[in-house]
Ligand binder design. Structure first.
Ligand code: GBH
Length: 458
């Protein structure tokens, strides 16, 4: 099973999850510093203050990635490093990413830069955060500053990572920073995140620059085939997937969702839908798990899924096999998802920008034998290959994550890395899954199943 020439094989991280060094180089506080410092918000009271200390150890970490055989690194820039108060540019903050990019290029690793992976400068939250339209304009300024500093060497840009999470978990369910719980506000925040993406497009345009955003998808699987089941799946798909995908593809917000969306439509101004529909060079597809949905008898009954607009349906417990997080492993859903996005977008190039699994890894005699994760990657890469064979234009695959890291509200309890991190000592140990993915990357091909599990060649 070979992959197309030039396929990007990478691993992803996000600034607040790995960097630490939260007061160094003049960095200002982000909403995640504030949230994590608030009692009861993050499991075990954990914070990203040190995390993987990637701020200091990035040469070692990039060395590990390159030595495995991966050819791309998807990382995010911390807005509060570059603009500590949300407005003023910090030369020291930019200098960190300057060094990081040079280190990547020195190791022949393609930098894939995400501008926003959820660490909003606290100063901008204080000024209204994503529910305020002005934040989208501030983001465009920030995009222009980073582009001016790094655009000579970085050619792959992602504006916003998972606006779903930033909006619905940050301002709706409140399980993520800044912890606001208001569904109407969450929908408005979502619009401003998409608007920010569209406004930044202008700053990032230029010859040789590729520009994208990354959306997280949870395909809805109806737990039965009655019309009510299909309707429940349509509702879930509407708010979770189409609400973000359709405006980016120039289809506007889905009417069925908007009809149920309270005061949301008031925040959409003339011209916004065109701005959001700025042409993208590829779409980042983040995929972890599907959702199994079932209808409730009363169509107005509140859903057990804490998303805006959802009524009259339940999300069922995930079906085994599960990851340590309790997420369902369903590789075939990745194939159908890629096919669906490709068809809906008229063949847009796609990059799997995040895919991965947490398991309870342990270091034994200096090794991490994470056979379950090797199997996870093998099955999901086969699923990507199935999509390629069906004619989908997939350009790359990024494992989440390079390192075990700060898993947001779960603190350090969920390990997703290709590389194990001992958070006491900061010692890194490459896992079997990292070696496996590196071998696939070097061969640009997936071998027979027997080549995967248990193969200990470096
Ligand atoms: C990604 O988001 C993030 O980009 C990354 O930073 C993170 O570390 C990684 O996944 C692992 O968690 O029941 O409706 O509240 C994951 C997307 C979105 C998947 C929320 C689980 C629960 C949805 N996640 N979802 S809901």
């Amino acid at each position: 099973m070979t992959f197309p020439t030039g396929f990007l094989w990478g691993a992803a991280t996000a600034s607040y999850q790995v960097e630490g060094g939260v007061t160094e180089g003049g960095r200002g506080p982000s909403v995640w510093d504030t949230f994590a410092a608030t009692e009861g918000k993050v499991l075990g009271g954990a914070t990203g203050a040190v995390a993987c200390d990637h701020y200091h150890r990035y040469p070692e970490d990039i060395g590990l990635l390159a030595d495995l055989g991966l050819n791309a690194y998807r990382f995010s820039v911390a807005w509060p490093r570059v603009m500590p108060d949300g407005v003023t540019t910090s030369a020291a903050g930019l200098a960190f990413y300057d060094r990081l990019v040079d280190e990547l290029l020195g190791r022949d690793v393609v930098p894939v830069l995400t501008l926003y992976h959820w660490d909003l400068p606290q100063a901008l939250e204080d000024a209204g955060g994503w529910p305020s339209r002005d934040t989208a304009s501030r983001f465009a300024d920030y995009a222009a500053v980073v582009h001016a500093a790094l655009g000579d060497r970085v050619h792959q840009w992602t504006t916003v990572n998972e606006p779903f999470c930033a909006a619905f978990l940050g301002y709706g369910s409140g399980v993520h920073a800044p912890g606001v719980q208001d569904h109407d506000t969450a929908l408005i925040a979502a619009h401003h995140l998409l608007l920010a993406h569209g406004l930044a497009a202008r700053a990032l345009a230029g010859p040789g620059q590729e520009f994208s955003l990354a959306l997280n998808f949870a395909p809805a699987i109806p737990d039965g085939d009655t019309p009510a089941h299909l309707e429940a799946a349509r509702k879930f798909d509407g708010i979770h997937n189409r609400f973000f995908l359709d405006p980016v593809l120039g289809r506007g917000y889905p009417e069925d969702v908007v009809a149920a969306a309270g005061r949301f439509p008031e925040c959409v101004r003339d011209g916004d839908t065109d701005t959001i529909a700025a042409p993208i060079d590829w779409l980042g597809v983040n995929y972890y798990a599907p959702a199994r949905v079932t209808p409730l008898e009363d169509p107005q009954a509140p859903s057990n899924c804490p998303l805006p607009t959802l009524r009259g349906m339940d999300v069922l417990p995930a079906r085994p096999p599960l990851t340590a997080f309790g997420w369902e492993q369903s590789p075939s859903t990745l194939t159908s998802l890629l096919e669906w996005i490709s068809a809906r977008s008229g063949g847009l190039p796609l990059v799997v920008a995040e895919n991965g699994a947490s398991f309870a890894d342990t270091v034994v005699d200096g090794r991490v034998y994470d056979a379950a994760r090797v199997n996870y990657f093998m099955e999901h890469l086969r699923a990507v290959h199935d999509a390629l064979r069906a004619g989908v234009d997939v350009r790359g695959y990024f494992a989440w994550s390079l390192l075990d890291n700060f898993e947001w509200a779960m603190g350090y309890t969920q390990r997703f890395g290709l590389v194990h991190v001992d958070f006491e000592t900061q010692r890194r140990t490459v896992k079997e899954s990292g070696r496996f993915l590196g071998r696939v990357a070097r061969a640009n091909a997936l071998g027979a199943p027997a080549d995967g599990v248990g193969d200990t060649r470096a």
